[in-house]
Design a protein around this ligand. Sequence first.
Ligand SMILES: NC(=O)c1ccc[n+]([C@@H]2O[C@H](COP(=O)([O-])OP(=O)(O)OC[C@H]3O[C@@H](n4cnc5c(N)ncnc54)[C@H](O)[C@@H]3O)[C@@H](O)[C@H]2O)c1
Length: 253
Amino acid sequence: MRLKSKKVIVTGGASGIGRAICTVFAAEGASVVIADIDEPGSMETLSLIQSAGGHAAAITTDVSSEESVAKMISASESFLGGIDILVNDAAAFVFGKLEDVSRKDWEVVFGVNVIGASNTVKHSLPFLKKSASPNIVNIASVSGFIAQPAFVPYNASKGALLQLTKCMAMDLSEFKIRVNSVCPGAIYTPATERHIAFENADRDEFLKKAGEGSFLKRVGRPEEVAYAALFLASDEASFITGTQLVVDGGATV
Ligand SMILES: NC(=O)c1ccc[n+]([C@@H]2O[C@H](COP(=O)([O-])OP(=O)(O)OC[C@H]3O[C@@H](n4cnc5c(N)ncnc54)[C@H](O)[C@@H]3O)[C@@H](O)[C@H]2O)c1
């Protein structure tokens, strides 16, 4: 019960890491709003939480639309009765070398991964300011601080999200709002399956290669990221702000 009675919004909660964050946070006593563009996926997460006895609601949201976010935050506040914790997990996965990337691609990846996170923060702020222990956790990536082949738009957006975290941690400190990032390495999720299909790769070979770069010689599980987010979101991390917690099995050490 490390998040007992906490009121939480998780974007990207319909799948993968975001779903694990929703279920772990709810199991730790939080009330959770699942805010995702994928309605059926959100309903699956909701039913996982409810069947385990947790308290949650799903609100279909496109984080890249300020109007959609404003509606979601207002409905969340009504459902939760306040907002203590915001987790920005939703992401667009746009890859390629610079010459492969169109202006539209840049708009999509920054629209979700950077502007999406700033939309949710902006509209949650009036409520976070009223919380006794407010904080924001951004799910960034090791891709935010390393180079990877043909990953230009995604990595640039995650680098921007890391800077957004640091700058917001400074500016929001006057309201005692902590802001941190989690930087996952290779984690096995539906996004991994899409990447395997995109590269037309052999699944076992792909996963073996993805895990080889880490000290632990495997890819991670969504829950292993969720527990890092749980620590940062909990009062146990009360003196931690502006930092990034790397969850990559040692891959970038
Ligand atoms: N899987 C990995 O290896 C890995 C590694 C590093 C970082 N991450 C980060 O972890 C987070 C979760 O990734 P995942 O692997 O679980 O991916 P995923 O595809 O399983 O989940 C991403 C979720 O974001 C939602 N989403 C996308 N666009 C949205 C929008 N405009 N508005 C609202 N929701 C939207 C999707 O519907 C989906 O439910 C992302 O921020 C990703 O960048 C993942």
